[in-house]
Structures are given as structure tokens and as C-alpha cells.
Write a protein that binds this ligand. Structure first.
Ligand SMILES: [Zn+2]
Length: 276
């Protein structure tokens, strides 16, 4: 009798656990998304080939997946021009910058973003007199991002400066998706990772403060800006980061490429079993 009840409780637990897991997953799943009905246009592919180094570095088997995700993004997030006409290049570069940070995640969509507004150049942040090249909206601007075309083009043109405004702003959207923009992406950082991650942030911010870092100064503003700045570096020049900031590289690689991490854990498990 006792065993039957235990078994029943375990089953109920498993079902509830499964449902919670499912609902959390489907929140960022693609079930409600508009999906492409035609193949990826050649003109769009040419823009990726010409301007997006991350895409060119991918093995050819992953390029199709990248294109599909760019396509899905563009069907579900509006890209509009403010005092300017939107071009294919604008749309493709915005979508590429959106997909680069989440390319390692299966089934992820920016559910909290509806529109990206492109300005020809720097713009005034609403209700302030400050100029910006990129911004994630809040309040009345919630669900919107604003970008300067000049900054977008520069971000993809110069691959050596570890700067890309599109990647930067999409990291903020990702960071914001758990409710708080604080340099911690709760959905992809396991609880066990958070303390060591905060320690790395503190150490690296101190180095920047002392002028002893190759990470740009803006990273010292706060933890959210730190995450955005080092992510630009990570996606633009992974090899350089690996050499100059190995601990930071390993942390970011495990957040942004969870498939690699799963494989590493499995391999570790296998080799441990082999030793026994
Ligand atoms: Zn920022």
C-alpha cells in the first residue's frame, strides 16, 4: 500500500514537474510565431555573406539554420524607419544581431520585443536631452528598441573593435526577459553559476577601473552594461577573448552555448565511468 501511494505521488510530481517545465519552455517556444512560407531570399543571403562575419564563420550545416532564424525574426518583429526608408540591409543586419546571441539556444524567441525603430543617425532618448546610438525602451516605449543606422553599419563593418550596437542592445533585451536588467540572464545561467559569474564581473570591472583591461571602459557602468559590452567582444572576437580573458570566455561560452556544455558534462560523466 505504502509503495503504491509513494509511486502515485512520484507520478503526480513528475507530471506537475513536466507541466511546469513545459510551460516555462513554451513561453519562449515558437508555437505562436509566424513561420516562413518561402525559401530564404538570395538577396538576403548575399547581405549576410558580405557583412556578417559570425555567419561566415559558421559551418555550412549551421548556415541554413541561422538563415531560418533570421527569417522567423523578421516575420515576427517589425523593423520600421524613423525619418528614413528601411532597406533590406537594415532588416538583415538587425535580425543577424538579434540571432547571434541566441543562436546557441534551441527554441528561443524575444517574446518581449515587438518593434525595432531605425534612425538615420544618433537620436534623442525620449523625455531626455541625451543622444544615443541604441536603446531598449521602457514605459511607453516598452517592447521597442531604437537603433542608429550609422552605428549598425559600423558595428558590422569593423570586426576588430569588439563593438556592435545591435548585439549590445539584444543582450539587454535578453537580460531583461527575466524581469530585471542586471547582468544575470536567469534562464540560461544555472543558480550554481551565478556567484562565480558575479565574482568574475567584479574582478573584471576592477581591472577596467585601473586601466588594465582590453575590455572597453563602458563595461564599468554597471553589471548590465558589463554583460552587454563583454558579449559584443565574445561574439566578435572569441579567439582573442579566449587568450586575453580565459575565465570570462569560459563563463560566456557556457551561457551562450549550452549544447557544448551538455556535451562536456556528458563526456566528463563517460570518462568517470570508464575510470571505474
Ligand atoms: Zn547598454
Amino acid at each position: 500500500m505504502f509503495n503504491e501511494i509513494t509511486l502515485l505521488l512520484l507520478l503526480i510530481g513528475a507530471v506537475i514537474g513536466g507541466l511546469i517545465g513545459y510551460s516555462r519552455w513554451s513561453l519562449r517556444g515558437e508555437s505562436n510565431l509566424r513561420m516562413p512560407e518561402r525559401t530564404f531570399p538570395n538577396e538576403w543571403r548575399r547581405i549576410l555573406q558580405e557583412k556578417v562575419e559570425f555567419y561566415n564563420r559558421l559551418p555550412s550545416s549551421n548556415k541554413t539554420d541561422f538563415e531560418k532564424r533570421v527569417h522567423v525574426f523578421l516575420l515576427n518583429v517589425q523593423v520600421t524607419g524613423v525619418d528614413t526608408e528601411i532597406t533590406h540591409t537594415d532588416r538583415i543586419l538587425v535580425a543577424a544581431g538579434a540571432i547571434i546571441p541566441i543562436f546557441g539556444f534551441d527554441n528561443w524567441h524575444y517574446s518581449n520585443l515587438k518593434e525595432v525603430q531605425i534612425h538615420p543617425n544618433k537620436f534623442v532618448i525620449p523625455t531626455t536631452d541625451t543622444m544615443a546610438s541604441g536603446l531598449v525602451g521602457w514605459g511607453a516605449m516598452e517592447g521597442k528598441m531604437m537603433l542608429s543606422r550609422k552605428a549598425i553599419e559600423h558595428g558590422f563593418y569593423d570586426q576588430s573593435d569588439n563593438k556592435n550596437v545591435v548585439i549590445h542592445e539584444f543582450i539587454h533585451v535578453l537580460d531583461k526577459q527575466d524581469g530585471e536588467m542586471d547582468g544575470v540572464i536567469e534562464q540560461v545561467m544555472n543558480e550554481i553559476d551565478i556567484m562565480p559569474w558575479l565574482q568574475i564581473i567584479n574582478m573584471k570591472m576592477q581591472e577596467i577601473g585601473k586601466g588594465q583591461s582590453t575590455i572597453r571602459d563602458y563595461g564599468v557602468t554597471n553589471k548590465a552594461e558589463f554583460l552587454a559590452v563583454v558579449s559584443e567582444f565574445f561574439f566578435e572576437n572569441p579567439e582573442r577573448m579566449k587568450t586575453e580573458h580565459p575565465a570570462l570566455y569560459n563563463a560566456l561560452n557556457s551561457f551562450f552555448n549550452p549544447r557544448d556544455r551538455k556535451m562536456k558534462i556528458q563526456n566528463r560523466f563517460k570518462s568517470r565511468r570508464r575510470k571505474k
